[in-house]
Design a protein around this ligand. Structure first.
Ligand code: NAP
Length: 243
C-alpha cells in the first residue's frame, strides 16, 4: 500500500515507534493521521504542528467502549496500525509473572484483536489494510521477557488468522517483527538498538512493497534468517540469555 493520500490510524502514538510512524506517514503524504493514545494531551500537543492532518484521539485498546467509539469516529481509515503494546520484563515463573502475563495478553493480544474486529468492516468497505506491530520475540521466547514473548506469540497467531479471514474481503494484513528499538520500552537495557525513526521507515517501506512479513531492523532480520535455518539453535541461544 502507498500511504500517500491515505487516512491512517496509529495506536500508542504518544511516543516511541508510534510517534515515529506518525511523523513518517506525514512525510510520505498521508492525507490524515489519527494519532491514538491513552494520554490524548500528549498527542494533542504534538498534533499542533500539523493541524487538520494529525487528529489526536483518545483510545485505550483494552476498553471495548473506547475501541468502539474510535471506530465510530474514524470511518475513513484506510490503514490501521496496531502499535500499542506493553512489556513488563518478567519471566514466566517470576513472582509477578501471572500479573504480567495477564496485562500483556490484555494489551498485546486482546487489545489488538479488539481493534482488528472493530475496524474490519471499515477497512473492508475501503479496501484498506492492517499492520500489526508484533515482535521478533513472538517467534522465539526470550525467557527474561517470557510473559511478553508469549503474548507476542499470541499476536503472531492472531495476525495469521485475521489475515486469512480478511483476504477474501480484499484487506491486506502486514506483520511487523522488530528487534530491540530505543524507546521507553527498552529504557535502561544495554544492547544495540535501532532508532524508532529507522524502524518506522522500514515498516512503511515494507508496507509500500506489500511485504506480508516485515523485519524492520538488522537484528530482527538476522534472527529471522537464523529461525528459518536452525530454529532449535536460536531457541538455545535465547534461553542462554537468562541471568
Ligand atoms: N522497543 C522495542 O524494542 C520493541 C521491539 C519489538 C516490538 N516492539 C513493539 O512496538 C510497539 C511500540 O512499542 P515502543 O517500543 O514504541 O514502546 P513505548 O514507547 O512504550 O510505546 C508503547 C505504546 O503503547 C501504548 N499503550 C500501552 N497500553 C495501551 C493501551 N491499553 N491502550 C492504548 N495504548 C497503550 C503506550 O501508551 P502509554 O504511554 O499510555 O503507556 C505507548 O504509547 C509495541 O507493540 C511493542 O511491543 C517494541
Amino acid at each position: 500500500m502507498d500511504v500517500a493520500g491515505k487516512v491512517v490510524l496509529v495506536t500508542g502514538a504518544n511516543g516511541g515507534i508510534g510517534w515515529a510512524l506518525v511523523q513518517e506517514l506525514l512525510e510520505r503524504g498521508a492525507a490524515k493521521v489519527y494519532a491514538a493514545a491513552r494520554n490524548v494531551q500528549a498527542v494533542a500537543e504534538m498534533a499542533k504542528f500539523e493541524p487538520g492532518r494529525v487528529i489526536a484521539l483518545r483510545v485505550d485498546v483494552t476498553h471495548e467502549t473506547s475501541v468502539a467509539s474510535a471506530a465510530a469516529q474514524c470511518q475513513d481509515v484506510d490503514l490501521l496500525i496496531n502499535n500499542a503494546g506493553v512489556n513488563q520484563c518478567q519471566s514466566l515463573l517470576a513472582a509477578d509473572g501471572l500479573d504480567s502475563a495477564r496485562q500483556e495478553i490484555k494489551v498485546n493480544y486482546l487489545g489488538t484483536l479488539s481493534m482488528c474486529r472493530a475496524f474490519a468492516p471499515i477497512l473492508t468497505a475501503r479496501g484498506g489494510a492492517i499492520a500489526n506491530v508484533c515482535s521478533i520475540l513472538g517467534l522465539v521466547n526470550l525467557p527474561v521477557n517470557g510473559t511478553y514473548s508469549a503474548s507476542k506469540a499470541a499476536g503472531h497467531s492472531l495476525l495469521q488468522g485475521v489475515r486469512a479471514e480478511l483476504a477474501s474481503r480484499g484487506v491486506k494484513v502486514y506483520g511487523v517483527y522488530p528487534g530491540p528499538v530505543d524507546t521507553r520500552m527498552t529504557a535502561g537495557q544495554e544492547m544495540a538498538k535501532a532508532t524508532p525513526g529507522q524502524v518506522a521507515t522500514m515498516i512503511l517501506d515494507g508496507i509500500a512493497r506489500d511485504e506480508e512479513y516485515i523485519f524492520p531492523d538488522a537484528m530482527s532480520q538476522d534472527v529471522h534468517r537464523a529461525l528459518l535455518h536452525a530454529p532449535d539453535e536460536v531457541e538455545r541461544q535465547f534461553s542462554a540469555m537468562l541471568p
